[in-house]
Design a protein around this ligand. Structure first.
Ligand SMILES: [Zn+2]
Length: 415
């Protein structure tokens, strides 16, 4: 199973917006850009919502049918490890193997020695076409890979082999994610991590490094965009070289994760993938939930009241809701609107505060991040929330399609 050149992680907390997201991909197809959808739902999301991967498969199948999608689609076991893998094996055909927890734990000495011996040939100045400068390969660099990443790659190998014990090799896509690590991986490190991946025998098709800068939930990239651009282009050059050097699959490509909107990065990423003729996997899934809330708020009446209620309840459980996302949100609590004021808000006021429109003076990045992590409240409302989603289908689906196409696919893939 060879993953297409451009793929995008989609899906939504409650499994109702798949068709609306697929329609955004169909709009891109009419612009001449071929993209395939990869349904994502992490183990954490499943446990908060009370669903399992089979539910996501059913939602995905219903969505492709409703939207008359005829190209392939994938179901991602998103950020799984040995502890969480098993229930994903049967329904999934895409596995995001997350080894961030193992990063930093040293490999045993014999494995480290074997790796260092095999990499000895690269010592000196390594010139990779497309990189902004050559890599200096010395003992410091190679030892740091062996100390920090080798065991993590070994762990990914264990996950991969457990999958192939149950599914034929080549019948699924393997990704490795490093994006939830504490420290970014430099392009030089990525090159040797990919060397270790090849030695481990994992036919990796996408890899998600942690990039420099902050990717916070639902809002734009925070960081030096010029520095990101240099790093991203170097990563592309490294991936291209790793394919030929280590015999990794020709379809290997970068994966850009995070629930961040990263709008300011899209033009740079677009330029880079075109220049390098590279593929890309993009994940954006998390913000579809916000489009549901925006749709409800925009619908007015009881739907607006429900959106206000989600916020009011969430605020009373601030610490609990933010804690699992501590590293990926940066909320100034004093900038959150007073719930009594929110009670008086019109539809337009709620929508303008929440929608990611940097040109709008009422857009509140603290409110948006906080609502992003508050989906547990809607999950607890259960049928009351789902009924409202069903009643306001057309408004919500319009938002979901428009958001994905206009704000993500168009600037990144269509231009
Ligand atoms: Zn990720």
């Amino acid at each position: 199973m060879i993953l297409e050149k451009y793929s995008i992680g989609i899906g939504d907390r409650f499994g109702m917006e798949g068709a609306a997201q697929v329609r955004a991909l169909q709009k891109a197809a009419r612009d001449g850009v071929s993209l395939v959808p990869v349904w994502n739902k992490s183990n954490r999301e499943h446990s908060i919502i009370g669903t399992n991967p089979n539910d996501t498969l059913l939602a995905a199948m219903a969505a492709v049918k409703a939207a008359s999608w005829t190209k392939p689609f994938y179901l991602d076991a998103d950020h799984i490890g040995l502890a969480t893998l098993d229930k994903f094996i049967e329904p999934c055909n895409f596995f995001t193997i997350d080894v961030a927890d193992v990063i930093g734990r040293p490999a045993d000495q014999s494995a480290a020695d074997a790796f260092l011996n095999a990499m000895h040939q690269f010592r000196g100045t390594l010139v990779i076409p497309g990189m902004h400068k050559p890599i200096t390969v010395d003992d410091v660099l190679l030892n740091s890979i062996a100390r920090t990443y080798l065991l993590a790659v070994t762990e990914a190998g264990k996950v991969y082999r457990r999958i192939i014990a149950h599914k034929p090799e080549g019948s699924f896509v393997a990704e490795m994610s490093l994006d939830e690590a504490d420290v970014p991986q430099s392009p030089a490190k990525l090159f040797f991590i990919l060397a270790a991946v090849a030695r481990e025998g994992i036919p990796l098709q996408t890899i998600a490094p942690k990039f420099t800068g902050d990717f916070l939930k639902g809002i734009d990239y925070v960081g030096d965009t010029a520095r990101f651009e240099t790093e991203f282009r170097d990563h592309l050059a490294v991936v291209g070289r790793a394919i030929s050097e280590f015999g990794l699959p020709a379809s290997l490509k970068l994966s850009v994760h995070t629930g961040s909107d990263k709008f300011s990065l899209y033009p740079l990423i677009r330029r880079a993938i075109l220049d390098f003729d590279a593929g890309l996997h993009l994940k954006t899934a998390g913000t579809t939930w916000l489009e549901e809330v925006i749709g409800l708020a925009g619908a007015g009446g009881d739907a607006l009241l429900l959106a206000k209620e989600v916020y009011a309840i969430a605020l009373t459980r601030y610490d609990e809701l933010c804690k699992p996302y501590a590293t990926v949100v940066r909320i100034d609590r004093s900038q959150l609107p007073d719930p009594a004021d929110v009670q008086r808000w019109t539809s337009a006021q709620f929508v303008e505060a929440l929608r990611h429109d940097r040109a709008c003076p009422c857009y509140n990045i603290h409110f948006r991040q906080f609502m992003h992590v508050s989906f547990r409240i809607a999950a607890e409302m259960g049928e009351r929330y789902l009924k409202m989603l069903r009643e306001h289908r057309s408004t919500i689906e319009h938002n979901v399609t428009t958001n994905l196409y206009d704000r993500h696919l168009k600037p990144l893939f269509v231009g």
